[in-house]
Design a protein around this ligand. Sequence first.
Ligand code: GLY
Length: 256
Amino acid sequence: MSNMFQHAIVRQPSKNLAKGITTASLGKVDYKIAMKQHEAYVYALQNCGLEVRVLDPLEDFPDAVFIEDVCLCTPHCAIITRPGAKSRRGETDSFANILSDYYKNLHSITAAGTVEAGDIMMVGNHYYIGLSNRTNQIGAQQIIQILEQYGMKGTIVTIGEVLHLKTAVSYLENNCLLLAESMYHNEAFQSFQKIAVNIQESYAANAVWVNGQVLFPSNHCITLNTLKAEGYNPIEIDISEFQKLDGGMSCLSLRF
Ligand code: GLY
C-alpha cells in the first residue's frame, strides 16, 4: 500500500540564495524567479492534498531552502540530521521546535555522524541510505538504529559521483523506481521495476510521488512521456533556479 502524505514543510528562499553551494554551471540564480517558482511548488503540493507550512527564510543559510536535507520524517518519528556540508549545519537549529508540532518522537544525528536526508529514500517502512560526501557510515548507522526502534529498516547503498542518493533515484510507489543511468544497475535496486531516465535528462531522476501524482521538473519531455506511458500523472514544475544550485524537486520540501 502507498504512503499517503498529509503535511509538507517548506522554507522560503533566502535573498542570499545565489550564494548557495553549487557545482552546476547553469548561470546566475535569479531570486525573484526563484520566489515565483517556489510559490508554484507550494501550490502544487497543496493541489496534491497537503497542508503546507511555509517557514521564513534563513538569510545566513542560502541552502536552507533545500529543507529536505535537515530532517528524515517517518510515520513514527522524525530524525534531525547533521548536514555533511559545514556551511549547512546551522540549518537544523530550532528545528526541533517546528517538528514538535507534528511529532512526539524526535531524534538527532550526533557527531561524528553526518547525514543529509536527500541521501535517504523511503520505500514503505524500508529506507535506503546513500553514502555520499554529505552522509557518512556513522550517520547512516545512527539512522538505522533509530529506525529499528520503531520496527522500520534501513539499508546502506553505495552511490557514485552524485550529490545525494535521490539525485539519481526516486521511488514512485508500486515497487517502481525512476533511475538515472548511473544508478540503474546498482545492486540494491535489482528487485524493483525500473523506469530509466533518458541519459540527456538525468536531472529528471529526482521526482516526487505525492498521493498519486508525480511532481516532475519541466523541460524533460522524453522522460515525461515515458512516465505518462507507464500510467503516471506527472505535474511539471519549473525549478530552474534551484537546479542552478544542484537542488532537485524533492529537496524543496519535507513530506509526511
Ligand atoms: N546547494 C545544495 C547543496 O549543495 O546542498
